[in-house]
Design a protein around this ligand. Structure first.
Ligand code: BEZ
Ligand code: MG
Length: 582
């Protein structure tokens, strides 16, 4: 229950019901999330439960390229319910029940398919949900191909062939749910075509995400953000065919244009009347990998910013124009300098190093993290006044100025496998840029994420995402027991999740106290668990306790004195043991 509810014993029935429904939705959200239950073991195929989860996700999307429709849509139609898309968005008890009914039928039919084959699943769906056989058969035939590929990966063979210097067959690079054609795994990911990005589907989806993002910002802050900072990664934009790029274009209010060879080489402003929001200024931090893969896309984004800045529109509806002309007036600088918005590392360099500074506890003041981010990422890409390509010109001042106007930071998450506490890269980028904004704008930005994982597009605040990841993974026995099956490496994974969570405290103060308290209770203060961790990997066990103590020491966690005392004792016991004392 929320703190604010606790103090209100006279909560009305309606309020209580809606709060219960809200909590229920959060539980369902965790339940429905695909949770990796262990590390991938090279060459090994997934077990039945994982396979069923994966198929359910694959079947939940229309796949025009395979001539199949989304299974939940077919079931909702067969049962004469509202469209599944509306059920997802509905917030009443009735829509919730209908949605559950559809999802349960999808789950059962997939379980039947895995056990008894396509014929049985098709017949079951027809009898129970009136889905025409012709439609469901196409879906299960696609799933059957996927199952076969999942069972026959060529990872080990390809690895050995690569060692022998032999040819490895190429395949597309993506997430299985987004593009099942990546199977079988163990092939060479073939090169991307930056001119294909963003795809129509990515642009379409980005429209919904951007509307939700701006609506949410307006609801929470009373107005649209003057400027937003977006993080764009290379592999993500390969997997999503450019969703991140499309989101930046949508914020600016432009659409991609294709040339005679069907290559995206230009943009066209959408009329203001169609947008429903002002043109939002953007500051784009692109990774080194994005820079290497998407040179043409960086130029496209730079072009989009300039095109929008030059539109003859009222400044209160065109924030890009407003910000650039304000800067030109205030600093007497050129349009080209004031319009720089695409920043990355210096050529040949990668990463922000903010993650290393955090993990090695090498920072004294909070400003140091944001400062390091700008030092690493202040190299501008785009075109100069003469139209020549800028190949990463150091522009510390221009980046700082652009960040000083940013009110919200955002990143798109591309796959269910890797979330914001699985790797240190999310906090080094999104956390790093947020810290830099905090310094330059003298105010903390709102921080949002959304994922391209399911049909139910959701925009969450960073704090909500940290809570969801903590509940779905770090503190979820399904997840950590899956990890512990991998012994030494599994304990290292748990420790690394805690450190990545700590990274969100360090860069954005986005972690609730209960997260650290429950991590301590689950992994360290539970004697049996501590013993397991210690036996499997004493180094990671010690690092985990050290990280908790550091969280408290840096003021990220208000721990009870007794708990802290106990953690200190355990830490010193672990140290002694590692040093062979006692
Ligand atoms: C990228 O794909 O751009 C990326 C991958 C890992 C870490 C950071 C960026
Ligand atoms: Mg706190």
């Amino acid at each position: 229950m929320r703190e604010s509810d606790k103090s209100k014993p006279g909560l009305t029935k309606e309020k209580r019901d809606s709060r219960v429904l809200e909590l229920f939705e959060q539980v369902v959200e965790i339940e429905h999330r695909l949770i990796p239950t262990g590390l991938h073991v090279f060459g090994r195929d997934s077990d039945e439960a994982e396979c069923a989860d994966l198929l359910r996700m694959v079947a939940s999307f229309d796949r025009p390229e395979h001539g199949t429709r989304a299974l939940p849509d077919l079931i909702a139609e067969g049962l004469h319910l509202s469209a599944y898309g509306d059920l997802i968005e509905g917030r009443t008890e009735e829509t919730r029940r209908a949605r559950e009914r559809v999802e349960e039928a999808a789950r059962q039919s997939i379980a039947m398919f895995l056990k008894e084959g396509t014929g049985c699943a098709v017949a079951w769906l027809e009898t129970n949900t009136h889905v025409p056989r012709l439609e469901s058969r196409k879906v299960f035939e696609l799933l059957a191909k996927i199952v076969e590929h999942l069972k026959s990966n060529v990872e080990l063979e390809s690895f050995v062939r690569a060692l022998r210097g032999e040819y490895i067959e190429p395949g597309p690079g993506a997430d299985i749910v987004q593009n099942p054609l990546i199977l079988p795994t163990g092939r060479n990911t073939h090169a991307v075509n930056p001119y294909a990005v963003p795809s129509d589907a990515a642009y379409e989806r980005a429209g919904r995400v951007v509307n939700l993002l701006l609506e949410r910002h307006r609801a929470e802050h009373g107005r649209f953000p003057r400027a937003m900072a977006l993080v764009l990664w290379g592999l993500d934009n390969i997997k999503t065919q450019g969703e991140g790029v499309a989101q930046a274009l949508r914020l600016l209010g432009v659409r991609p244009l294709r040339d005679a060879m069907n290559r995206v080489t230009d943009v066209e402003p959408l009329p203001l009347a169609e947008l429903g929001h002002p043109r939002i200024d953007v500051v784009l931090t692109v990774s080194g990998i994005f820079r290497d893969l998407f040179g043409a896309t960086m130029l496209l984004l730079d072009k989009a910013v300039r095109r929008v800045a030059e539109l003859d529109e009222p400044e209160e509806l065109n924030y890009v124009r407003r910000n650039i002309s304000e800067q030109m007036r205030a600093e007497d600088c050129t349009f080209e300098t004031a319009a720089l918005r695409v920043f990355s590392n210096a050529p040949g360099n990668y990463g922000t190093n903010v993650n290393f500074m955090v993990m090695d506890s090498q920072w004294e003041t909070a400003g140091a993290l944001g400062d390091l981010f700008v030092t690493r990422k202040c190299f501008a890409y785009g075109r100069d006044a003469e139209g020549r390509a800028l190949e990463g010109r150091e522009e510390r001042g221009a980046m700082g100025r652009a960040l000083s106007r940013v009110e919200a930071a955002y990143q798109n998450i591309d796959s269910f496998e890797i979330g914001i506490t699985d790797v240190d890269h999310y906090f080094e980028y999104l956390g790093g840029v947020s810290k830099a904004i905090e310094h330059h704008a003298q105010a903390r930005p709102a921080i949002y994420l959304s994922d391209a994982l399911s049909r139910d597009v959701k925009v969450r605040s960073l704090a909500e995402t940290v809570r969801l990841e903590t509940r779905a993974k770090t503190l979820n026995p399904k997840w950590y027991e899956g990890m512990l099956k991998h012994g030494f490496r599994g304990v290292a994974e748990i420790e690394s999740h805690v450190t990545n969570t700590f990274g969100w405290s360090a860069t954005a103060d986005a972690v609730d106290d209960w997260v650290y308290t429950e991590v301590a209770e689950t992994f360290i203060l539970d004697e049996q668990m501590l013993e397991r961790l210690r036996d499997l990997n004493p180094h990671s066990a010690r690092s985990l306790v050290a990280r908790l103590l550091e969280a408290e020491g840096r003021g990220f966690w208000q721990a009870e004195a007794e708990m802290l005392e106990r953690l200190r004792e355990i830490f010193s016991g672990l140290e002694d043991r590692l040093e062979g004392i006692g």
